[in-house]
Design a binder for this molecule. Sequence first.
Ligand code: NAD
Length: 280
Amino acid sequence: MAQSAGRLLSRRSAGVIGKGKISMGCLIGKTAIVTGAASGIGRAIALRFAAEGAKVIVADITHTPKEGGVPTEDLIAAAGGTAHWQHCDIAKWEDVDAMVTGAVAAWGKLDILVNNATHWTSTRLTETTNEQWRDVMGVNADGYFYCCKRAVQQMLTQPIIAEARGRIVNITSQHGMVAVPNDVAYGVGKATTVYLTRQIAADYGRDFIICNAVAPGRIITGKPGIAQDPKSLDYGRSRTPFHRLGRPEDVASAALFLASDDCTFISGENLMVDGGWMAS
Ligand SMILES: NC(=O)c1ccc[n+]([C@@H]2O[C@H](COP(=O)([O-])OP(=O)(O)OC[C@H]3O[C@@H](n4cnc5c(N)ncnc54)[C@H](O)[C@@H]3O)[C@@H](O)[C@H]2O)c1
């Protein structure tokens, strides 16, 4: 992951043009917050956005990537990008409020919010304690609500650029649409954010707020634990028609499109990046 992150950034340094419609530098002049950006998918999104020229708030409860390696903000700075690590527990309104207020104080505006941080327990309904339920919902439901609310409050004060005052990308999951084996709170939390995405798109479309989601399938981030359990990996492979499981960069590319000025007339969408899991 650290190596591929380095490659992404060096591509920008070398001025290489990217594939397809998205070109290097498509986020120049933009400011972005990415929650849970110390690790995994959030880290890949922060690196990709910085490589495209965005100033990025790396918002997390830790600097340390779960999969190991150099902290995200240090990688970005080493490649000449602009990033600031911000301690933010998204389950706390005070932290979220301070994060958005600080970003705007430093950089003048907030163009993009990516809600990506997550928590889970890997427990079934009858084994999930009330405290575990509240902990997961505190991050995966309350946290996304806090971040969206505070970001929209800010974006509504901003001018319209490329038909938007701001763009939100919520990272959901295929498990917000179909059941996740043995992880009730995680799945319910993800379903909540799929709905939240549509509600914001509907309520704030006329205010030039664009809100979409990306639903990753099985993505290999390199973190230890359940993510590397052979049974869990076999299950992911059995459900994925594509010839491989996902990479964090697959999700970052989709998030980049939805966060960019190229994303017009698309709102309330939940874009699956799952190698065909939900198609089969
Ligand atoms: N990896 C997958 O296969 C997969 C599949 C479907 C969906 N997703 C979704 O993608 C997103 C990223 O997943 P990942 O596998 O990269 O996760 P991860 O566990 O590798 O990283 C999550 C990050 O969130 C941070 N975090 C946790 N609680 C936080 C809090 N309260 N406030 C701020 N930050 C907090 C962690 O410190 C960590 O850096 C999540 O929303 C997850 O639900 C992942």
